[in-house]
Design a binder for this molecule. Sequence first.
Ligand code: AMP
Ligand code: MG
Length: 349
Amino acid sequence: MPEQLSPLFYSKKVLIVVALSLISRFVAAQEESPATATPPQGYEFSFPALGTLVSFTAYAADESQVQAAFELAEKRVHELEAVLTDYDPASETRKLSEQAVRRPTRVSADLWRMLVSCDAWYVKTDGAFDASLGKLTRLWRKHRRVKRVPSRAEIESALAQTGWQHVVLDTERQSIELLQEGVQLDFGAIGKGYIADRAFEVLVDSGLSCCLVNLSGNLRCGAAPPGRDGWRIDISPLKKGGRPLRRIVIANQAVATSGDLWQFTLVDGQRRSHILDPSTGLGVVGPIAATALAPSATEADACATAACVMGAEQAIQFVDSIPNLELLVATQVDPESQPLVTSTAGFAK
Ligand code: AMP
Ligand code: MG
């Protein structure tokens, strides 16, 4: 529960940061407003969830309205975390991986929406996005912790229990059946975006149209802050401590960045991301970072991850074919060279 609304924070772990200057008290609005009206103020609140920091920013005149909205949205985030996380054996997602083996199992409304999105992204990306690879991600996660690489046999065994073709969705009953034992669902590539969207909806429904939700670099923003064109977002560089690749200004949009900046394993001297190619079971070769712009954070999150799997050229072509999606991809051939940055024509014009 937000006890106190705090000034904007900066977290190194957050891939995209909102420019600090945004939150400064809004002078221009004060000048234009009638003497009696309270001018909008900027508020920020952050709290830990999903193993990261979640932050809400909003501009409004009424502090108690903001406080109430932030509380509701925080509650919604925790509620969704309990459903979607694959870290907690008690989550609906984790339990489902056992319950639904060869048995159609009804799911909650949120989990159903998540599954439908995952299904659509699997089809759209020709399998580059595959939320059934929990076995593989856990295998790599376990080995990354002890700086080891899984054996070929371990990867093959996890691959046998991976693949959206093992997932059967029944739209009428809103149920799922897993045709293969051992398949584990993993919403790591899309869940934060989904939760950002739902929290955003709570804020807007509570009257905060000028707000931003940031869930570890998965952002959804509403109307521009008073007197500005939009929210300024810095796109994270390929190297820690490097200069942002670009600064963009957006409103009523979502943005997400994926890449291997924070999580990778060195395999034979090659940087392999925590983002896996479902066709090989291996991490994507880095360094790579993909930033997607979309109407919703769910789409931006899924798209940014899939783009890393596809690689720059194919990903740009793919996104070009989809309305309302834009993409920027940065790669680097060798550590001494400048990053190679390509984007779709409409990226943050
Ligand atoms: P993100 O930070 O949004 O790119 O998500 C990365 C996470 O998504 C990983 O930690 C895995 O849990 C999951 N993941 C990795 N590779 C894929 C993939 N090809 N399709 C779907 N999810 C993936
Ligand atoms: Mg993602």
